[in-house]
Every structure is written in structure tokens, then in C-alpha cells.
Design a protein around this ligand. Structure first.
Ligand code: NPQ
Ligand code: MG
Length: 369
């Protein structure tokens, strides 16, 4: 396959409600889409999951845009023949920049699969036609407002609730939601690196709530600290930000720093690396689940396909479109009995609404060839 043209689209999508985490509050999503066209005229779309600012990871949207425009896209366009499987050989000269690489990979893979009539699910190895869904709930202005928001998600059918926590917003909100949901509900928390080793005795108090897991309490680089915490508390530790590749996942598991793994294709450099992480974890009986980065329908479609692989045994942050957006860039993903259906059409199986890409654009598309 030859990629003839690449265009980069940047748009702003308002969120249905502000989303506050330990690293800040988002009120709109700054979306970067990679669009490829093959020499045969087949199109593919990929979504970059980086945020506006480098506060979840070191990557950020303008940085990704720059790396794609100046390094990744020229390498892809220069290749006489390229597929998602051979892409890494062309872009590995660039160190890191996994979110940028993942967006390009997704677009190339989408075009490749559309050309051959294969869905993301079939290609990645999906074994289910629908996936259990959870929802990530931001830090709220008050406990009452948190309970209202959580109640709403429960009535929509979400099968698992994840609460964002930070120092000063942890035991009290978690206790209140735990009381609201009862003992059988699946409840987990995500600290997005807001704690340190000095907080171990405090974090142990979360054990009383029988949580499914605590996600990424310490810094991205601190695998050793997470191993210390995992040995000191009963709540299972699950790494998100720390897991940047299958090799790191394997190492963190060996060191007992994580007993459950959050897989986000953007964070690890793509869907192919995500499958390798899934395989590493499945071989060691470590459950995985699919994370979320406030994706539009473009990224969501591919994530739902990934979440249908056999090792994805916990509900993911693969929420319905309306959790984040009043109107999605594709046909909306809608919850049925707490699940989303895995698209079956070629590629991601969803259709990008070009008129919305144009309407919500914050600058003209960057056309590369
Ligand atoms: C997490 N996601 O699991 C992330 C955090 C996150 C659904 O909780 C812009 C870019 C906004 C990246 C918001 C969820 C973001 C973002 C949240 C990442 O840690
Ligand atoms: Mg997380």
C-alpha cells in the first residue's frame, strides 16, 4: 500500500460537562485527526489522544502535530510500500512520541483494513461482539454533585464506576459513592500520579471500600514505588501512565508493581503494541482493560474493537459518545444494557462526518504529500 496524501485536522469539541482530574480541568477537547489517502484512493482516519497541555503525559497536541508534520508524515509519504505492520520500521528513528505515532498508525491501519474489507475487531483478534462499559467520573464541586452524577451514570447502565481522586478528594467521596452503590458494585479510583510514597498509610484506608483497583497513584517513572505500595495495601494497583510499552508492562508485572493493566493505544504507540501488551498480560493472568482519553467516535470505535479481545476482562473507560459529546464526529456510540457493540464494517466501521470536521475546525487542514 502506498500513502499518497496525509492531512492533519485540528478541531475543538465542547465537553457536555467540565472534566476535572488531579492534573486539571478540561472544558473542551482539542482534537487532532490524521487523515490518509492511499494511491488507490482509499481513506483512513486516526485520532491523536494527546491533550492541549503536557499534563497527563509529556506529549501535547501541538507537539504531536509538529512531529507528525515534520517527521512521521514525510517518512510515511516517502515509503513506496507501507502497512501498519511495517510502519514502525519507517518511524522508529523518532524517539518516543508514541501518541503521535499511534495516530498515524491508526489512520494507516484504517485505510489498510478498509481496502481489504476487514474490521478492526477481526484484525485485532476480538472474541466478543459487544463490550462491558465503565465510566470515569471527574472530581466534583461537592459530594452531593458527585452523587448526582454517579446516580445518572448508574441509571444509564454503566457496569463500573471510576472516580478521579487527589489528596483532599479521596476517602470522603469514595466512601459516599461506595455507600450509594452498595457492596456488589464495581468501583475503582484513579489518582493520575497525585500521591507519593509518603501517602501509603493514607492510601491504605481505601482498603476498607473493597475497590477493584487504584490506578496510577505515583509518578510515571516510579515503578519501584508502586511495587512498595502494592505490597503494603490490599487494593490492587493498576498502572496507566507508567505503561508505555509491552516491555515496560512485562517488567512492571515481574516487579509486582501492577496486578491489572490499563491499555491505552495512544499512550503505548498504537494498536499493534496494545495487542502485544494484551498478549503479555494474558500469558501471565494479569487482567487488562481499555482506558479512555475522551476520544471522539474515531478513536472510540477502534478502542471498542480492542476491548473485545479475550484478556480484556474488566469494563473499560469505553463510555458512550454522550458521556463526553452532545454530538459526535461519527455515528454515536450508545450504551445498550451497559455495553457497546463492536463495529463490524471495514476498518473502524464508522463514518467521519466531514461537514463537522470542517465546522469545528480551529484552523485550516494541513495538507501533506
Ligand atoms: C485516565 N482518562 O485514565 C484518563 C485521563 C485523562 C477517561 O479518566 C485530555 C487529554 C483530557 C487527556 C482527561 C479518563 C484528558 C486526558 C483525562 C486524559 O487517566
Ligand atoms: Mg488513568
Amino acid at each position: 500500500m502506498k500513502i499518497a496524501r496525509i492531512s492533519l485536522h485540528r478541531l475543538a469539541m465542547p465537553l457536555v460537562r467540565p472534566f476535572e482530574t488531579s492534573f486539571g480541568t478540561q472544558t473542551e477537547r482539542d482534537v487532532l485527526l490524521v487523515h490518509v489517502v492511499t494511491s488507490d484512493g482509499v481513506e483512513g482516519w486516526g485520532e491523536c489522544v494527546a491533550g492541549t497541555d503536557p499534563v497527563y503525559s509529556s506529549e501535547y497536541v501541538s507537539g504531536c502535530e509538529h512531529v507528525i508534520e515534520n517527521y512521521l508524515a514525510p517518512a510515511v509519504l516517502a515509503a513506496p510500500d507501507i502497512t501498519a505492520e511495517t510502519l514502525d520500521a519507517h518511524v522508529r528513528f523518532v524517539v518516543g512520541h508514541r501518541m503521535a505515532k499511534a495516530a498515524v498508525e491508526a489512520a494507516v491501519l484504517d485505510a489498510q483494513l478498509r481496502a481489504s474489507g476487514i474490521s478492526f475487531g477481526r484484525y485485532l483478534g476480538a472474541v466478543r461482539d459487544e463490550v462491558d462499559c465503565g465510566v470515569s467520573v471527574g472530581i466534583a464541586p461537592s459530594i452531593d454533585e458527585l452523587l448526582d452524577e454517579v446516580s445518572g451514570y448508574v441509571s444509564e447502565g454503566y457496569r463500573r464506576i471510576k472516580l478521579k481522586i487527589k489528596p483532599g478528594w479521596d476517602l470522603e467521596p469514595v466512601g459516599a459513592v461506595c455507600a450509594l452503590l452498595g457492596d456488589d458494585a464495581l468501583l475503582q479510583v484513579d489518582a493520575n500520579t497525585a500521591y507519593t510514597l509518603a501517602d501509603i498509610d493514607h492510601l491504605r484506608e481505601l482498603d476498607a471500600f473493597g475497590l477493584l483497583l487504584i490506578e496510577q497513584p505515583f509518578a510515571e517513572e516510579d515503578i519501584a514505588g508502586h511495587a512498595v505500595l502494592a505490597a503494603a495495601i490490599d487494593t490492587p494497583v493498576c498502572l496507566d501512565e507508567s505503561i508505555t510499552s509491552a516491555a515496560v508492562a512485562s517488567d512492571a508485572i515481574d516487579r509486582d508493581a501492577t496486578s491489572i493493566v490499563n491499555v491505552k493505544p495512544g499512550r503505548v504507540g498504537g494498536y499493534l503494541e496494545s495487542v502485544r501488551i494484551h498478549d503479555v498480560c494474558l500469558a501471565r493472568d494479569v487482567p487488562v482493560w481499555c482506558g479512555g482519553m475522551l476520544e471522539t467516535g474515531v478513536g472510540r470505535a477502534a478502542n471498542v474493537a480492542l476491548a473485545a479481545l479475550p484478556g480484556f476482562t474488566l469494563p473499560g473507560d469505553t463510555s458512550a459518545s454522550r458521556r463526553y459529546y452532545a454530538e459526535d464526529l461519527t455515528e454515536p456510540f450508545e450504551l445498550v444494557d451497559g455495553r457497546l457493540r463492536v463495529p463490524t464494517g471495514p476498518g473502524t466501521g464508522v463514518t467521519v462526518r466531514r461537514e463537522l470536521v470542517a465546522e469545528w475546525a480551529t484552523r485550516p487542514p494541513l495538507l501533506l504529500h
